[in-house]
Design a protein around this ligand. Structure first.
Ligand code: XIL
Length: 341
């Protein structure tokens, strides 16, 4: 009788006495690392489960599109901050950090900009005003900006784009300097794909950022996009080595856009999901081991809204939650690494 009574009391104790929920976000707190996801404004607005999982699991967000040039600066004298403001408000309301993405890129540029016949001085002025306006608006609220995205071509060469053609190679130094003036607290990143491990592209990026430093350009880190496939997974030792040499330059690194395609792998779906989990596990493991790796961000978090099928023209499931927000093996692998390292 007494025992039954005690058991009844224990069962009715409030949830408070239960161990707190294990999430990526709670585990990341024990490490010096931010864990984040790119956010689709459409999903954020319409899907309450999306909002719940995002706020529960992550402490950092990157706008997937809404801070890019075309959406945020649709006409020369008009900005549209509605979507970006909403995302920033969501992040603030949930005590999440923000990565700003991206100030200077060759894609998602508005027609008014690409079709214009600009002189060098005019285009410089446009870029300067764009950076001052955007970075200035969110000054103090954005922890890190991807200032320049995908500008390195091959060895010793820059990608040919409107900025290079009309302003000249100076556009990169200028963009970093203007961003720094507009928000001296923000960490400024060069962000790119394909340079995560060792090889020609990562050598080119390494040489490029070293030159920026020699010219005293304010750069604080390098973003590794990490759009990968299970067919060609990144080699952990190489990524670690690359992070190490950037550390020797005094630079941070962040994994900024990770996703892992499985459609071109071999084996059953379950086997592919296991292979995918390994890639996530390895990359978070490398980041946790590297003293200069300060964030691990995936490009979305649920397969329901991934950009990959649209990009590669194949169905895929490259993220850590499935379309119904069930955690995949990749999610469990990340939890495991955070718990055990
Ligand atoms: C992608 C978005 O995910 C898509 O929604 C959009 O249509 C195109 O851009 N590298 C980057 C990101 O730096 O900005 C890109 O995001 C993916 C590749």
């Amino acid at each position: 009788m007494l025992l039954a009574l005690i058991a009844g009391v224990i069962a009715s104790l409030p949830a408070m006495t239960q161990p707190s929920e294990i999430t990526l976000r709670s585990l990341a707190q024990q490490h010096e690392i931010n864990i984040g996801a790119a956010v689709s404004i459409g999903a954020l607005r319409k899907d309450s489960t999306y909002r719940e999982v995002l706020a529960r699991e992550f402490n950092t967000v990157t706008p997937e599109n809404v801070m890019k040039f075309e959406p945020i600066h649709p006409e020369r004298d008009r900005y549209n901050f509605t979507d970006a403001d909403e995302l920033v408000a969501f992040a603030n309301a949930h005590q999440m950090q923000l990565r700003g993405h991206t100030l200077v890129w060759h894609q998602q540029l508005p027609d008014w900009l690409t079709a214009g016949e600009w002189t060098q001085a005019e285009l410089m002025d446009i870029l300067q005003q764009h950076i001052y306006t955007l970075v200035g608006r969110y000054r103090g609220q954005i922890a890190a900006w991807d200032v320049v995205n995908e500008a390195v071509g091959g060895k010793d060469s820059l990608r040919k784009n409107i900025w290079l053609e009309k302003i000249g190679s100076d556009y990169i130094d200028l963009a970093f300097r203007w961003a720094h003036e507009a928000d001296p607290q923000a960490k400024l990143f060069y962000n790119d794909y394909g340079g995560e491990g060792l090889g020609e592209k990562s050598d080119a990026i390494f040489a490029f950022v070293k030159e920026l430093q020699q010219r005293r350009v304010p750069i604080h880190g390098v973003g590794f996009q990490m759009h990968k496939t299970i067919k060609n997974p990144p080699l952990p030792e190489e990524v670690a080595e690359n992070m190490k040499r950037l550390n020797e330059l005094g630079l941070e690194v962040q994994i900024t856009e990770m996703d892992v395609q499985i459609h071109n792998g071999t084996g059953t779906r379950d086997e592919r999901l296991v292979a995918q989990a390994k890639v996530y596990r390895d990359m978070l493991g490398v980041c946790l081991e590297a003293s200069n790796c300060t964030a691990f961000v995936t490009w979305g978090f649920t397969d329901k809204y991934t950009w990959i099928p649209g990009f590669v023209g194949q169905p895929d499931e490259p993220l850590i939650f499935d379309e119904s927000y069930r955690p995949k093996p990749a999610y469990n692998a990340l939890v495991d690494v955070l718990k055990n390292s």
